[in-house]
Design a protein around this ligand. Structure first.
Ligand SMILES: Cc1ncc(C[n+]2csc(CCOP(=O)(O)OP(=O)(O)O)c2C)c(N)n1
Length: 372
């Protein structure tokens, strides 16, 4: 029996804007100047929000926080390609998805401040809350996509994860189910090169993460994750494909986490200054700004105005967060399920009973924003 090659595969990479902000004109997505400016505004607002959130954490005004510094193009670009009826399933570094889809910034502050109400995105927002278990989001997204397919909805589901998420069993179950059942789903991996201190090369022996799709019979594409136009275009094409019944796509957005994993991490223990500097030079906002300036879509005075407005918006969200009436402790039990299961109802009854028996002196009625 001869050894015969029976299949051949390749992995493509999409990049539109280079590191100097020069675009491959043939690949430019059909976005109008106001849409391009909106993309820029979203990225800048996210960066300013991140900066403020880190300071709030250091001052004890929110809890642990996961920064998305350097990854703005991934979340903003992909979310900008979605429609209101689509569903998103974020991990914990996707604040940009919430903001771009119109969820108020105060919700993200509440979430990281330990206020359960921050997990409710508000009326009409098809955004699932943060899901902390690594790699859980793809399964949630595939399940939702299959539900929508069954109900013949004109919508897609998008599940986000990090590079570490692609090593979890759930990721592989989700990819398999997505392929077999032709789910209208887009799975997006923000490959920011590290899962806390585990470097990408110690995470998997695969040459790319995009190629993981091949094994499941679905399309995988690597995208320059610091190029907002590429992130937008790849997601738009994947969306069209899913909506027209042509199935799922797995997108690897190759990017870099400039900050620490969270405010509880010290990345100087496992990364070099040189590596961070090399990625800073690929900054997604700077290159897009250069592109927009060269096209005459942005001007220095407009940039100043956008910055000022972004700072004001973030400050307003902080004020709303810090002046909000505190949540009732009982609320913790109320927002998890549409119909409260028996054991959770029992926990709530036990808690309320405990407070009645032991008095209120050592038991606060409410949880305020921030941490004591
Ligand atoms: C199932 C599970 N195991 C471990 C953790 C602890 N943990 C939190 S974040 C993280 C690393 C995640 O890395 P990655 O998926 O690459 O996402 P990134 O933080 O880089 O955005 C780990 C191991 C967790 N949250 N869930």
């Amino acid at each position: 029996m001869p050894l015969t090659q029976i299949a051949q595969f390749g992995v493509n990479r999409l990049s539109i804007l280079d590191e100097n902000g020069k675009a491959d004109e043939k690949l430019l997505p059909p976005l109008t100047p106001p849409q391009l400016i909106a993309l820029y505004i979203h990225m800048l607002q996210l960066r300013i929000f991140d900066d403020k959130a880190l300071k709030l954490q250091r001052q004890g005004r929110i809890g642990t926080y996961a920064s998305s510094l350097g990854q703005e193009a991934c979340t903003v670009g992909s979310a900008f390609a979605l429609k209101n009826q689509d569903w998103t399933f974020p991990a914990f570094r996707e604040h940009g998805v919430f903001f771009t889809r119109g969820v108020e910034m105060v919700k993200t502050l509440q979430y990281w401040g330990g206020d359960e109400r921050g997990s409710d995105p508000g009326e009409g927002q098809n955004c699932f809350p943060v899901s902390i278990p690594v790699g859980s989001q793809p399964l949630h997204a595939v399940g939702c996509a299959l539900g929508m397919k069954y109900k013949k909805r004109d919508a897609v589901a998008v599940g986000y994860m990090g590079d570490g998420g692609t090593s979890e069993g759930e990721f592989h179950e989700a990819m398999n189910a997505a392929g077999v059942f032709n789910a209208p789903v887009i799975l997006i991996c923000q490959n920011n090169q590290y899962a806390i201190s585990v470097a990408r090369k110690n995470q998997t022996a695969a040459q790319t993460l995009a190629q993981k799709a091949i094994a499941y019979g679905i399309e995988g594409l690597q995208v320059d994750g610091n190029d907002v136009l590429a992130c937008y275009l790849a997601t738009s094409i994947a969306r069209e494909k899913a909506i027209s019944g042509k199935g799922p796509t797995f997108l690897e957005f190759e990017t870099y986490r400039i900050g620490d994993h969270t405010t509880a991490d010290d990345s100087t223990r496992y990364r070099t200054k040189e590596e961070i500097a090399a990625w800073r030079a690929k900054d997604p906002i700077a290159r897009f700004e250069t592109f927009l300036l060269a096209k005459g879509i942005l001007s220095p005075s407009l940039i100043d105005q956008i910055k000022q407005e972004a700072v004001a918006k973030v400050e307003k969200a902080v004020q709303a967060y810090e002046t909000m009436p505190p949540q009732k402790i009982e609320d913790l039990f109320d927002h998890m399920y549409a119909i409260t299961p028996k054991d959770l109802a029992e926990q709530k009854r036990a808690y309320v009973g405990f407070r009645q028996t032991h008095g209120k002196e050592n038991q606060p009625d409410t949880i305020g924003p921030g941490f004591p």
